[in-house]
Design a protein around this ligand. Sequence first.
Ligand SMILES: Cc1cc2nc3c(=O)[nH]c(=O)nc-3n(C[C@H](O)[C@H](O)[C@H](O)COP(=O)(O)O)c2cc1C
Ligand code: SF4
Length: 602
Amino acid sequence: MNTNHTGTINSIVEEFQADRSRLMDIALAVQHRFGHISRESAKAISVKLGIHPVEIEDMVSFYAFLDQEPRGRNRIRLSNTPISLMNGARDVARAFEDALDLKLGETSSDFEFTLEWTSDVGMADQEPAALINDMILTGLTPKDVPGIVAALRSLDDKNSLPPFPPKAAHAALMPKAIVHPSLIQAGPLLSGPLDPAAGIKAALSMMPEKVIEEVTASKLRGRGGAGFPTGMKWRLTRKSAGEEHYVLCNADEGEPGTFKDRMLLAEFPDLVFDGMTIAGYALGSKQGIIYLRGEYAYLWEPLQAALRTRRNQGLLGTHICGHPGFDFDIRIQLGAGAYICGEESALIESLEGKRGAPRDRPPFPTEHGYLQEPSAVDNVETYVCAARIMEKGAAWFAGYGTKQSAGTKLMCVSGDCARPGVYEVPFGITLNELLDMCGAPPDTAYVQMSGPSGQAVAPKDFGRRIAYEDLSTGGSTMIFGQQRDVLDVALQFANFFVDESCGWCTPCRVGTTLLKQGMEKIIHGRASLADVSATEALANTVARMSRCGLGQTAPNPILTTMRNFPEAYEARVVPESFSPLTALDDALREAIEVQGREPVEV
Ligand SMILES: Cc1cc2nc3c(=O)[nH]c(=O)nc-3n(C[C@H](O)[C@H](O)[C@H](O)COP(=O)(O)O)c2cc1C
Ligand code: SF4
C-alpha cells in the first residue's frame, strides 16, 4: 500500500478521534473513498486504532454495504421484495443485464458496474426501486434503464460517486432519482400546526420524572413492533445507574413493506428530534443517536441540515430553550445494510462499531446498552408520538385508539391497491376499513401484516382490528390480489430470512435454509403431505429454538400460510413417494456442464 493510501486512511481515522467505537463510520468512509476495504486498508485502520486487523475484517465481512474485494464504482442494487417483483422488477433487472452485458451478481471487468439484488430499500409504495450508490431511483421500468446506464457512464469522476439528490445537471440525466412524498392520510398526530419547540417547552416546564409520568399516562406503546410501554422503558432507563444515559432512535426500518419512518424523517424531522430531545431531558441524557439504515443515506444531508438549524435555534446544544443545565445533542449513525441491526441489541453492537449480532439478554439496554450505559432504544414513530403527547397532553393521546392500544398508528400500505402510501389511522379500525381507504380490490386474496416476520391474513379475518390486542403490527401492510401465488410469496420471504440471518445460532442459520428448501420442494410439486408436515414441524422448532426475534419470527410466513391457506399447499402435494429435498438434476447441473457429459439413465 502506498504512503498516500495510508495517509488518507490515517486522516479518516483521525477525523473520528481514533475512537474504536466509531469503526462503522471509519469503515463507511474508507469504503466510500476506495470502493472497498482491502486487507491492507484493514491493517492500516487497525494500526491506527491499536486493535487486531481480524477485528476489522470480521466486522466488515458482516455488512452488505462493506466490501473486502473491489466491486463496481457504480453499485446497482435492485429491490427484490415481492411487491417490487410483482410490479415488474424482473423485467427491469433483465433490462440492466442487457444494457450492461452483465448477469445479476456480477461486476464488469472494468469495475465500473456491479449489478445485484437487495432485500428491500424502504420504497414499497414506489416500486420497482433501486439503490445506486447512495441514490434512490423509484418507479422504474425497462425503458428507463438505457438512460440510467448512459448517465452513470457519463459521471466518470473516478473518485466521486454520483450525488443524491442529483445536482441540477444530474437530475435531467436521472429523472427517476426521486423519492415521492409518501403520506396519504394524516390524522391527529401529523396534522395541525407544527411548532418545533412546543413539546420541548411543555416538557421543560415539568420535572423530568413528571415527563415520564405523562408519557406513561398517555399509554404510549412502542411503534417498532413489540409494543413495549414507552413510559416504563424511560423510567427503567432513568433509574439505572450510569456515567451517561443514551437516547437511541431506531431508524433501521428494514422490515420489507415498512416506510413510515423514512416518511417521518423526510417529511417531519423536527417532530422526531423533538421527541428525542424530550427523552433526553426525561432520562437525564446528553447524547442522542439516530441509527439510520444505510439505504436511507440520501436523508443524511437534509437531516444534518435540520440538526444544524436546531442548534442555531437553541433547540440542541447547551441550555436548550434557555433551560439551565439541559445540554443535549443528536448525531446520526449510518448503518451498512443488515436487517438484524433493527433488533435493539444488535443495533447497539453496530453503533459500537461491531458486527450486528444480538446480545444475550438480560441485561437489557435500559441497564447496559450503548457503551454499557443505560440506553432507551425507541422507534422513530414512538419519538414523534412522545413529542405530540408533551405538546397536547396525555389525555389527548389516550383519547384515540382502544383500551390497550392508545393513539394512532402509521400504516404503510403497498401492493395491489389504488393508493399505496402511509395512512395515519386510529388503533381499533378494522383491516377492511384500511383496505377500503387505499382502494384495495374487493376480492383481495390476502394481506401480509407486519412484513415477513408478521402474518398472512386471509379474507375471513379482514374484520379483525388493528391493535396490539388483535392484529398487532409495526405498520407494514402488503396487499395481494387473486392473481398472486401465496406460496411463491412465502418462499420469497423464506429467502429473505436466509439472507438476513446473522448466522450466530444453528436453529436460525441452518433452519432458515432448510425451510427455504422445504418450500421450494412444495412449490415445485415434489412434496408429499408428509413433507409439508415435516416443514411445519421444522418451522415450529426454528421459532422455538432461535436465539433472537429474527429466527423466532422467520417461520411465520410458512406457519401462517399453512394455517390460513391449507388449500394452496394441498394443491401442490403429490402422493407419498421418495423425493429428495433438492431436485437432483438441478443440483448436478453445474457439474454436468463442467464435465460436458450428460448423466446415464440406469
Ligand atoms: C429482527 C428484528 C428487526 C427489528 N427491526 C426494527 C426496526 O427496523 N425498527 C424498530 O423500531 N424496531 C425494530 N425491531 C424491534 C426492536 O428490537 C425494538 O423492540 C424497538 O426498536 C423498540 O422501540 P419501540 O419500543 O419504540 O418500539 C426489530 C426487532 C427484530 C427482532
Ligand atoms: S436467531 Fe438468527 S439472527 Fe438471531 S442470533 Fe440466531 S442466527 Fe442470529
